[in-house]
Design a binder for this molecule. Structure first.
Ligand SMILES: *Cc1c(COP(=O)(O)O)cnc(C)c1O
Length: 336
């Protein structure tokens, strides 16, 4: 269970996901190509049945369970819970998703709509994690971790296979980074196929647990704060077994972007590519548009999800102010 996944595990995951959570579109972005000076592609994981890539890892993990388990539980910033709820429903299993109060209501509603039970409590992902562990003890549920699990990493890694099969010439992959299941899986697959490829993780600059851990040389805790990239919140776990080491060994660099840069990138994706996506999805665009990252060849980023509060999204893209916890993010219309 604690063993790091390999390319073979990612290929096996692909067979599990076939016809259920694979083959999302990879589309060119003329605007990002113009801004970056290189061929720039968007992998549209927002087209998954649950609106986010997390279905891949969740399905791979839930499908691997033996028949007869009492049900599954997880902690989640929203999208993993949705993936677990969807996968559990496919298998006719009970699912209980534990979330902190920071998780947007739209995400909670989406999980309930799939038939899962939601446990809301605590102010951080770590507290949600404690509740999930308690349910394992008390109710015999099987925990599906959001990122630090070989089956989950292998599931997310199938994105790396699809990217390089579609475009073997890709030179750089820009991967939104939180717990690192996505980045670890994608980097594992991509570097197994094309060792010279550059894989860059991107996080928001406030509460970037993986970046702080990589800098410290061991998993550390950071304070969790509200962000436009809410899906990137949460720690990596002080007892992290897999994703810390994988990200340390496989990521070429990690770039941090500000809330203002995320806002600008959400607007760019909306007005220039006509796509509605979460803040977490656009950090790769933000790294380029802010000038923090330069490209020297064809690149792709993963548009990871679209599970949004649409009232807030509308405010963001129309340039109105939004509150992030105790902070006010001033509005700014696109192109001004
Ligand atoms: C979970 C998530 C991420 C980050 O994935 P990790 O495996 O935790 O690094 C990025 N974007 C969205 C939309 C997510 O839900």
């Amino acid at each position: 269970m604690g063993v790091s996944p390999t390319l073979a595990d990612i290929l096996a995951a692909r067979a599990v996901l076939r016809g259920r959570a694979d083959a999302t579109p990879l589309v060119p972005s003329p605007y990002m190509s113009m801004r970056s000076g290189q061929d720039f592609l968007l992998k549209l994981e927002l087209a998954q049945p649950i609106g986010a890539f997390k279905l891949r890892g969740a399905l791979n993990a839930v499908m691997s369970l033996p028949d007869g388990v009492a049900g599954v539980t997880c902690c989640s910033t929203g999208n993993h819970g949705r993936g677990v709820a969807y996968a559990a429903a496919l298998r006719g299993m009970r699912a209980v998703v534990c979330m902190s109060r920071l998780v947007p209501q739209a995400k909670v509603d989406g999980i309930r709509a799939l038939g899962a039970e939601c446990q809301i409590g605590g102010g951080s992902q770590d507290e949600a994690q404690i509740e999930a562990r308690r349910l394992v003890e008390a109710e015999g549920l099987v925990e599906i971790p959001p990122f630090d699990d070989p089956r989950v990493i292998a599931g997310q890694g199938t994105i790396g296979l699809e990217l390089l099969e579609a475009r073997p010439d890709l030179e750089t992959l820009l991967v939104p980074l939180s717990g690192g299941g996505l980045a670890a899986g994608v980097a594992l697959a991509a570097k197994a196929i094309k060792p010279g490829i550059r894989v860059v993780g991107i996080s928001m600059d406030r509460g970037a647990a993986m970046r702080a851990s990589l800098a410290a040389g061991r998993p550390v805790e950071v304070e969790e704060v509200e962000s436009l990239a809410d899906s990137l919140g949460g720690g990596i776990g002080l007892d992290n077994r897999l994703t810390f080491t994988l990200c340390r060994d496989l990521l070429d660099e990690v770039v941090l972007v500000t809330e203002e840069e995320i806002r600008d990138a959400m607007q760019a994706l909306y007005f220039e590519d006509c796509l509605v996506a979460e803040g977490a999805s656009v950090v790769g665009l933000a790294a380029i548009l802010s000038g923090k990252l330069a490209l020297t060849g064809p690149a792709a980023t993963i548009i990871t999800g679209r599970n949004l509060d649409m009232d807030r999204f509308t405010r963001i893209v129309t340039g109105q102010d939004v509150t992030l916890g105790d902070r006010l993010l001033k509005g700014k219309p696109h192109g001004t």
